[in-house]
Design a protein around this ligand. Structure first.
Ligand SMILES: Cc1ncc(C[n+]2csc(CCOP(=O)(O)OP(=O)(O)O)c2C)c(N)n1
Length: 276
């Protein structure tokens, strides 16, 4: 029997809970890390990996897989938690976050199965994803490339060069997701350099744009299922999110962009997240 929409949304919400628990598990193992931007991305990552993307965890290099580039690489705890929940990697790897000689570091490494690109220096992922999408066209492959950036990351000018080029090449096989949690490393983005109105900016650069609540699983599913929003144009999904989503003391504050995670903090976080 095909999965009903209600069952799909419930399954993905449960997956996102697993991902958030995995994030905190990793951060406890490492003693610190980026709780804020990992947690804001968790629902979207769950929908990508457990619904939208065509991937084969047992065959991570399958040539026709859809690609995902986590340009905001500091949210690697979320990517690792997803890869573990999807069985690309063993969940015990989460307990080696940031460890000596661990393949699971603060930023993505190609040593970890399922990771498409080493990122962490902000501002590179969109150009790389654009190259993957252009390469797919040249090689006549029909995979889709997704890339996630942070809204603070959009301060990097290289994003806007890639934005122009992707529109110029008419890359309908490329989708950008902006995790728009309105907070960067040390302050709200409006107090640094304003990036809004994001939708107008991407439209002006020639992209087809949608905006959603990035924690509404139904809206996420609909927005991911609908790409490309216009044929022959790259798609931009502006997802309005809450930094640190799911754990009250970490929500909506730059203090939890990155912070220390003791056993006590971990227990409090898990108690709030609850069992899947
Ligand atoms: C080129 C570069 N400059 C600075 C940093 C340090 N840094 C890491 S995260 C971050 C803030 C990013 O803000 P945002 O994209 O909004 O991240 P999110 O809130 O989604 O975690 C900065 C400045 C970096 N990783 N790369």
């Amino acid at each position: 029997m095909p999965e009903t929409r209600e069952a799909l949304i419930h399954r993905l919400e449960q997956s996102a809970r697993h991902v958030r628990r995995g994030i905190w598990r990793a951060l406890r193992a490492g003693g610190s890390g980026h709780a804020g931007g990992s947690s804001s991305a968790a629902d979207i990552l769950a929908a990508l990996y457990f619904h939208r993307m065509r991937v084969r965890p047992a065959q991570p290099g399958w040539p026709d897989r859809d690609r995902f580039v986590l340009s905001k690489g500091h949210a690697n705890a979320a990517l690792g938690a997803v890869l573990a929940h999807a069985d690309f990697i063993d969940a015990s790897v989460l307990d080696r976050f940031y460890g000596f000689e661990s393949p699971f570091g603060m930023h993505p490494s190609l040593e970890l199965p399922g990771v498409e690109m080493c990122t962490g220096g902000l501002g590179h992922g969109l150009s790389i994803a654009m190259g993957m999408a252009l390469g797919a066209r040249i090689r006549k492959q029909d995979f889709h490339t997704f890339v996630m950036v942070g809204d603070g990351e959009l301060h990097e000018g290289s994003n806007w060069e890639a934005a122009m080029a992707a529109a110029h090449y008419g890359l309908g096989n490329l989708t950008l997701i902006v995790d728009s949690n309105r907070i960067a490393q040390s302050a709200p983005i409006d107090q640094l350099v304003r990036v809004e109105p994001l939708a107008d900016k991407w439209r002006a650069f020639g992209w087809a744009v949608r905006e959603i609540d990035g924690h509404d699983m139904g809206a996420i599913v609909d927005a991911l299922d609908a790409v490309p929003y216009e044929s022959g144009r790259p798609s931009a999904l502006i997802a309005h999110t809450v930094k640190g989503k799911g754990v009250s003391f970490a929500e909506d504050t730059y203090l939890w962009h990155s912070n220390n995670v003791t056993d006590d903090v971990y227990e409090r976080a898990l108690a709030e997240l609850g069992e899947p």
